[in-house]
Design a protein around this ligand. Structure first.
Ligand code: ADP
Length: 387
């Protein structure tokens, strides 16, 4: 990470230097489709940031504007404190890795990796050769330098595409779903590879994926987009444990969070089929008033099957149990509400049976039913220590 020290006569002001800044960026296609809407964010030097969101939420558009492949309709994008809105892609100091790898089929791997650098830099052929060989070694593709892409497997092509980005020694790597064409096992292997490379080079990386699990395992920070708007930017722990709104709560985590409509009545969450008494401390930190309509969110891993019929337990009917190896997913009904629970593989209630479930206050999420915004800032003692 680069640090800047500014001396103002009295104090040394210390700040982190950001590589990439978006300032109120907007993109309209055909003056009617708003693909990105008022997006602002600073990305620090050396950060690995993933952009996630459903299909059509504006992820690729954001990345393509940063790369210079799309014009910005409004706002500013800066790379290393230079506004790049009008700077051509090749002069932005970035390298992009695409989903389809975009390798030139008639060129060898060596040529594919060196071509861009030959066009855009003053480096000598020897210097370029050395860089290509270093990058090839890093990606474990030295043996393939004289091969053409058509003779390579998907995984090998992926390595070449990444190697080509490394050769350029950019300010930032921009990656658009780079692993989505690989099979599941190779994908997991390449995740680790990309993380290793990124840590070794410490190059700012902006990574677009629709796969929230990929983002959770790889990133320093995750940006969640919906309808072109920023929903939350935070560490994987933050977006998982402290989702800013119902959309983030629903999108992050698999299987998804369960939601129940409730009303706050004198410190009790009253749902259609159950009521749940909150502690005084919980109610004190709640940004909601008596009578407010709220949405209670509980993750499948935070519901226990040991309700035991006590005050806090909720009666439910088991629909289906789905074994997924290490865990079981138990599909239940609480009244009309469908709900999913995650249990260890040994815990397997019978379909059709009635069970008592309970949830723990420390793992609850609450959202305003109208705005979908979180009304409860989970207290730090409930969060993992790495947070
Ligand atoms: P994502 O990468 O999250 O799937 P995109 O950035 O590709 O989303 O798209 C965001 C929105 O912009 C979508 O509604 C999409 O249909 C629209 N869009 C993307 N590219 C174009 C284009 N070239 N022309 C018109 N609309 C586009």
């Amino acid at each position: 990470m680069t640090h800047i020290f500014i001396y103002d006569g009295l104090h040394v002001i210390y700040s982190l230097m950001s590589t990439v800044s978006f300032n109120d960026v907007r993109k309209e296609y055909d003056s009617s489709i708003v693909a990105v809407d008022g997006f602002s964010m600073d990305i620090e030097d050396g950060e690995f940031v993933s952009i996630v969101g459903p299909s059509g939420s504006g992820k690729s558009t954001l990345l393509r504007m940063l790369a210079g492949l799309e014009d910005v309709s409004d706002g500013e994008i800066s790379i290393k404190d230079r506004i790049v809105n009008d700077v051509p892609p090749q002069d932005r100091g970035i390298a992009m890795v695409f989903q389809n790898y975009a390798l030139y089929p008639h060129m060898t791997v060596r040529k594919n990796m060196s071509y861009g650098l030959k066009l855009t830099s003053d480096l000598s052929d020897d210097q370029i050769d050395r860089r290509v060989e270093e990058a090839a070694e890093m990606m474990g593709i030295e043996e393939l330098l004289d091969t053409r892409p058509g003779n390579l497997s998907g995984g090998q092509q992926q390595r070449v595409a990444t190697g080509r980005a490394i050769v350029r020694d950019p300010e930032a790597f921009l990656m658009d779903e780079p692993l989505s064409n690989l099979d599941a096992k190779l994908k997991i292997h390449m995740r680790t590879e990309l993380q290793r490379i990124q840590e070794e080079l410490n190059t700012t990386t902006i990574y677009v994926t629709h796969d929230q699990e990929e983002a959770m395992t790889m990133s320093d920070r995750i940006v969640v987009l919906a309808d072109g708007k920023l929903q939350q930017a935070g560490t994987p722990d933050e977006v998982y444990h402290r989702p800013a709104n119902r959309f983030v709560a629903d999108f992050i985590g698999s299987p998804s969070m369960n939601f129940f409509d409730v009303e706050l009545r004198d410190g009790v969450l009253v749902g259609a089929e159950f009521s749940y008494a909150l502690s005084e401390t919980f109610v004190d930190t709640l940004d909601a008033a008596n009578g407010d309509k709220l949405v209670l969110g509980v993750r499948p891993e935070h519901i226990a099957l040991d309700g035991g019929g006590g005050d806090d337990s909720v009666r439910a009917t088991v629909d289906v149990v789905e074994p997924v190896g290490s865990d079981n997913y138990v599909y239940l009904h609480i009244g009309e509400n469908e709900c999913i629970l995650r249990t260890p593989s040994g815990v397997r209630p019978d379909a059709g049976s009635t069970v008592d479930v309970s949830f723990d206050e420390s793992n609850l999420h609450l959202f305003d039913a109208e705005t979908d915004e979180s009304v409860y800032e989970r207290r730090t003692e409930y969060l993992p220590t790495s947070d």
